[in-house]
Design a protein around this ligand. Structure first.
Ligand code: PLP
Length: 478
């Protein structure tokens, strides 16, 4: 597709939108301007291609298609069947999976679907409706106890949030931590690395039905062969949530024992992070689990988003190219460059480095909380998110870490030199930020003062790199 075609397609689309609600057209234009001008280092974000984005803006959005391919609760789903079949075929072939389910609307939907599917496959007995429960939000701890009992008191073991796991991996306030008896594994307190022996010991003692592997903020690769051995030893189903690193699996950066697909019974994912597709989720499974995953609707999901499934198909097709493999390798190489950039400037990283797309900076050595660091960086146009570090003394709200990711800026064309400069800019901001005090004169975890002129100097230097690596080059809105 040529630049002028894309430019005129978007310009005209915005005109159509403006004819109904000009403020939405304006906000959409502004979002492009803002994204172009920001140094996006959020590890879970990316920039999907115009083909992926355009695929979402069609009449497929209008179609209801609850059910499965060829077996829908609505008439007239023949084209949705085509789209869903192509998306699933690409996903199977891209990841070498026996089965793929592309209906989940997001990563959380995919995980919830997977949990219910595993329960359906593994546990016999009464289900939710038999627990005498009406409103899930009103459940007391005793009600949850009853629900868990009605599910046969099943157990889930996942990585703890502060070690880098996700809310849906058994975090107590999340549904995953309520429907199961949950337990969490962490990382070695000295190295910050996964300790497979400690995990095995915990799994032997806890005997989970489901062992969840995968992470949101762990800057290292996982050995899924070892994870499967642990799961097998205790009779658990191995579920891997590859939401964050699906792009590195698709791009063949994670191969062998680092590729979860041959080892896990069920793999869940998002399509919008390192995989660079539309916002959405999907599940890969062995044949054994496929029939229960297929019951995602009506068990957990409603009507699939057909327009997004179509965009997933386009993104999967893109991810099957050698070009995408080159991109994925650069994402990992760039993370190393960023980590080295931090280390050579004396900053402290969780695990001492990275071998995926994530770098987790411990900002306590700058005397700051994650909250202060995140805000000061944003003042200088550096978009990140604060994150807990293992055994975080500041808890999950203020935190002591900043998570960086390379997928988005790699899409823009950033390489080693740019990421080294990014490290320099970040260190410049953080070493010139002073923590504030509360009204009572106590040290504050939220307020801070950024030194004079720092934001301007950093913004200027990042603008040079952003201008040299434009987002959607050639796309000009009229
Ligand atoms: N799983 C992991 C590991 C994630 O990091 C995330 C999101 O950050 C999710 C699931 C949830 O994805 P979504 O926001 O699409 O629901």
């Amino acid at each position: 597709m040529t630049d002028s075609l894309i430019s005129s397609a978007y310009s005209q689309a915005l005109e159509v939108i403006a004819s109904v609600e000009p403020r939405i057209a304006e906000a959409t234009r502004q979002e492009l301007t803002d994204q172009r001008a920001s140094l996006k280092l959020i590890a879970s974000e990316n920039y999907a291609s115009p083909a992926v984005l355009m695929t979402m803006g069609t009449w497929f959005s209008d179609k209801y298609a609850e059910g499965t391919i060829g077996h829908r609760f609505y008439a007239g789903c023949q084209n949705v069947d085509t789209v869903e079949s192509i998306a699933a075929e690409h996903a199977r072939e891209l990841f070498g999976a026996e089965y793929a389910y592309v209906q989940p609307h997001s990563g959380i939907d995919a995980n919830l679907t997977a949990y219910w599917s595993i329960l359906a496959h593994r546990v016999e007995g009464p289900w939710l409706s038999d627990a005498g429960v009406k409103n899930m939000n009103d459940l007391s701890e005793a009600d949850w106890e009853k629900l868990r009992a009605s599910l046969g008191n099943q157990r889930l073991l996942g990585m703890s949030l502060d070690a880098g796991g996700h809310l849906t991996h058994g975090f107590r306030p999340n549904i995953s931590g309520k429907m199961f008896h949950q337990n969490q594994y962490g990382t070695d307190p000295e190295t910050g690395l996964l300790d497979y022996d400690a995990l095995l010991a915990k799994a032997r003692e806890f005997k989970p039905l489901i062992l969840v592997a995968g992470y949101s903020a762990y800057p290292r690769r996982v050995n899924f062969a070892k994870m499967r051995e642990i799961a097998d030893e205790v009779g658990a189903t191995l579920m891997v949530d590859m939401a964050h690193f699906a792009g590195l699996v698709a791009g063949k950066v994670f191969t062998g024992e680092e590729n979860p697909v041959p080892y896990a019974h069920v793999v869940t994912s998002t399509s919008h992070k390192s995989l660079r597709g539309p916002r959405g989720g999907f599940i890969l499974a062995t044949e054994e689990y496929a029939p229960s995953v297929d019951r995602g609707c009506p068990m957990v999901l409603g009507g699939p988003l057909s327009h997004v499934m179509a965009a997933k198909a386009v993104a999967f097709a893109e991810a099957r190219t050698t070009e995408f493999q080159g991109y994925a390798q650069k994402v990992a190489d760039n993370a190393k460059s960023l980590a080295e950039g931090f280390l050579t400037r004396g900053a402290k990283l969780v695990t001492g480095g990275t071998d995926n797309h994530i770098v987790l900076l411990d900002v306590s050595s700058f005397g700051l909380t994650g909250r202060q660091a995140e805000s000061a960086l944003l003042d200088a146009g550096v978009v990140t998110n604060r994150n807990s570090v293992p055994q975080d003394p500041n808890g999950a709200w203020y935190t002591s870490g900043i998570r960086f990711g390379t997928p988005a800026l790699t899409t823009r064309g950033f390489g080693h030199d740019e990421f080294d400069t990014v490290a320099d800019l970040v260190v410049d901001v953080l070493s010139n930020t002073q923590p504030g005090t509360t009204k009572a004169g106590e040290p504050s975890k939220a307020t801070y003062t950024l030194g004079d002129g720092v934001a301007d100097r950093v913004t200027k230097r990042s603008a040079e790199m952003l201008d040299a690596n434009p987002l959607y080059p050639g796309l000009e809105l009229t």
